[in-house]
Write a protein that binds this ligand. Sequence first.
Ligand code: MRU
Length: 337
Amino acid sequence: MSIPFKVIDWKNEKLVLLDQTLLPASEEYRAYDTVEELIVAIQLLVVRGAPALGVAGAYGVVIAMDQAKRESWSTDKFEGALDALRDARPTAVNLAWAVERVRQETGKGRDAVLDFAHKLTQEDEDSCTGMGNFGADWLIRELGEKPLTLLTHCNTGSLATTGTGTALGVIRELSARGLVKEVYADETRPLLQGSRLTAWELMKSGIPHRIQPDGAAAMAILSGRIDAALIGADRIAKNGDSANKIGSLSVALACQAAGIPFLVVAPESTVDRSIESGKDIHIEIRADEELTFFKGIQVAPIGTKTFNPAFDVTPARYISTVVTELKAYEIQKGETL
Ligand code: MRU
């Protein structure tokens, strides 16, 4: 399946990112060669989505090695820069996972580390193909081989990975098999990853879709419009509890009430087997201004307090299956990860 853009690239000894904050209005690429700038880009969501954050973090270690040489950093400064990169966003485990995995390679020299980052990128791309197939097969087994209307939340596609995507990868695979009637994409407040990014990807790929406010998801599901919902994940605990973009839990609850499948699709690198349950997942809380302002326009009284978690945790009991590149885990039958 060919993807008509490259979300992350390594060119002329720099990391090149498609700036996702500007989509869909403009498609611009930015090059990074300092860790400080990359950390800001990660925090502003220039690059986002757990697997893409992992890949960006892997190349970030190469950037840190080059910068350390250019600026004659001490070992402490270099290690501190990697710590800061690892911690730039706390919920998506892929970022920490990739930085730590690549950090272990730094003794082998810069070119070996760059090769390793390329290898992780390829692994990420390949894992999307695996998830796409396992997820599509699972849904066909569950619902039969017929065109489906699917709901998704946030963006889990080729902007969030270096391949076809996680949940959106499954949707792409079903579409390639002629089994997608329509996709309902939640707009995903407050930063609109659904309406800005998912709709952009679906439109480019010619997959029929519509966007809806997050608040419409439960109605769409309970009114019988939706056959199944699929989301990605930022961190999955051993028992299957899954952290994903804020609003995912509401979708899961509505699916439970309607008795339709709710799938979590993520690579094995998103599974954090060091934690037993979702209680141990650190949820990123973001700035008040993301809610009180919209693109620079004030939309709430100055001084209004906010509750702005970037993610929520869906308990495993509401998840039909967790699909990775290895298999579809049968969470409802008591399987753990
Ligand atoms: O804040 P974001 O845009 O990085 O949040 C992204 C999500 O919640 C995605 O659903 C998740 O990272 C999986 S991406 C394949």
